[in-house]
Design a protein around this ligand. Structure first.
Ligand code: SAH
Ligand code: SF4
Ligand code: F3S
Length: 468
């Protein structure tokens, strides 16, 4: 296995051109198709847009049908165990397809592969996999794929260290009105339960000029909504040494013509500054939605989680944001069953949820991640207790979400239309500025437009209405 603990030289996609040209020669004769399966967060989804971009430059075309693909790529996530189990199941089920079609290439990349024990296990357990690589060498994909096309063994290359940011990777974005752009990579926070800092490396911010020119281009390409991505966008710029921070970036993006809405995720409560709140309040395009993970409502648990704030500080912050931006929707992430979490700790979480009235919450059972400090704590919580707590938390949150959504009944909301609804094909769907999903009837195709919808039905997770 080729595992390298070296500083990676900054290479560009241009350096890959020999491989791109050679693969192009193969694809031009054979009309080869690819299919990418993506797990995990938006960062991974966005990385898959880069993989797709590189594949398109190499002459591959996308197929949505896995069984018609000549190249199947799994872009994996390891934030919780169930994300990993899905990958094992899905890769395993390709064994017969690979026997029937030995020319098919199977590749696995992403966060899960950055864990040494897991990439070793995959090589052993699934020897029919052709290519394995990690998150730090994504831009070397053309060379790695070339290797896989020319080798009878599994090509494995995982770099232990992040390199400099590579800017010129081609992107194939999903067509639509909304585009993602990563503004920073990695995370320095080391929350004690979380694997992300180990698999994504340290925080690296992109240069403002690169972000701004990308967004200007997206505007010219017709995108109306931009979501800025990073594990902790509030610490954007701290590594640049330019006194240019996230609030400065938001203010600059606010001036870009053609972009109507700006969103960002994820914010860390310990780094959310007053200056940023003011920038959000003042920027016309920044939407009235903040995703601010609390993780737990107990100060004891927050401390062992290494989150760097107390429940009181969190609540003060949300109250301040609501005072400055009254229309704002606040959503959160919560983990139940962190090691040592007592019934009283959990009651504190329910109490904060009651007090804060989040618009919605992603709720998770704690998952032990090898290599993190929390995995070694000896007071792990049993599954039954975790399940019961998750159930209680979800019931409470659903009641609150339903309640908040019911206030929208008979109101007129502004919706940016994404297209036909996925569940109801007689309806269109889009989001309000506060990020609520709205399904509605319209007399003509309004995809890509901003429309006014009168809400006539409020559900727990969605709103329904008609165009006015
Ligand atoms: N950087 C973001 C998101 C990280 S992952 C943040 O700081 O909020 C998304 C969510 O997964 C986290 O907010 C957390 O709630 C959850 N998560 C992370 N590690 C977990 C673990 N080991 N078990 C259960 N949930 C976890
Ligand atoms: Fe994980 Fe914490 Fe970093 Fe979020 S801030 S990615 S939860 S370590
Ligand atoms: Fe998962 Fe990696 Fe994102 S671990 S949550 S895909 S950063």
């Amino acid at each position: 296995m080729n595992r390298q603990n070296i500083d990676i030289p900054q290479t560009s996609i241009e350096d890959q051109r020999r491989y791109i040209a050679e693969i192009n020669e193969i694809t031009s004769k054979k009309d080869l198709k690819y299919h990418i399966i993506t797990y995990g967060c938006q960062m991974n989804v966005h990385d898959s847009e880069k993989l797709a971009g590189m594949l398109n430059t190499m002459g591959y075309t996308e197929t949505l049908e896995q069984n018609k693909a000549d190249l199947i790529l799994f872009n994996t996530c390891c934030v919780r165990e169930n994300a990993e189990l899905k990958v094992y199941g899905n890769v395993g089920s390709l064994y017969t397809s690979k026997q029937q079609n030995p020319n098919m290439i199977i590749g696995i990349c992403g966060c899960m592969m950055q864990q040494e024990d897991i990439s070793h296990y995959i090589v052993k357990k699934f020897p029919f996999v052709d290519l394995i690589f990690g998150t730090h060498n994504l831009h070397h994909f053309p060379r790695l794929l070339w290797g896989a096309l020319h080798s009878s063994h599994t090509v494995v290359e995982i770099l232990d260290k992040e390199g400099l940011i590579v800017e010129d990777i081609p992107l194939t974005r999903n067509l639509g009105v909304s585009a993602w752009t990563t503004i920073m990579y990695g995370c320095n926070n080391f929350c004690s339960y979380c694997i992300v800092p180990y698999v994504r490396g340290r925080e690296r911010s992109r240069q403002p000029i690169d972000i701004i020119s990308e967004i200007k281009q997206l505007s010219e390409d017709g995108y109306k909504e931009i979501t800025l991505l990073g594990q902790n966008v509030n610490s954007y710029g701290k590594d640049l040494g330019k006194h240019y921070y996230f609030s400065d970036l938001l203010r600059e993006i606010d001036d870009i013509d053609g972009i109507e809405r700006v969103r960002f995720m994820t914010s860390h409560p310990k780094d959310l500054s007053k200056d940023l709140i003011m920038a959000m309040a003042e920027s016309e395009k920044v939407c009235e939605h903040l995703h601010l993970p609390i993780q737990s409502g107990s100060n004891n648990v927050l401390k062992t989680m290494n989150r760097g704030y107390t429940r009181e500080e969190y609540m003060d912050l949300v109250n301040l944001i609501r005072e400055k931006i009254p229309q704002i929707a606040v959503t959160t992430d919560i983990i139940v069953g962190f090691p040592g979490e007592t019934d009283i700790d959990f009651a504190h979480t329910l109490d904060v949820v009651n007090k804060m009235e989040f618009d919605s919450a992603y709720t998770f059972m704690y998952s032990q991640r090898t290599g993190t400090p929390a995995a070694k704590m000896d007071n792990q919580i049993d599954n039954k207790t975790m399940k019961a707590r998750l159930q209680a938390l979800m019931e409470l949150q659903n009641k609150i979400s339903r309640n908040i959504n019911s206030r929208a009944h008979n109101q007129i909301v502004e919706v940016l239309v994404e297209g036909l609804s996925k569940n109801r094909n007689d309806m269109f769907s889009g989001r309000t500025r506060s990020n609520k999903l709205v399904n509605f009837a319209a007399p003509y195709d309004v995809t890509g437009k901003i429309v006014q919808i009168k809400v006539n039905k409020a559900k727990t997770w969605t709103l329904e209405g008609v165009m006015v």
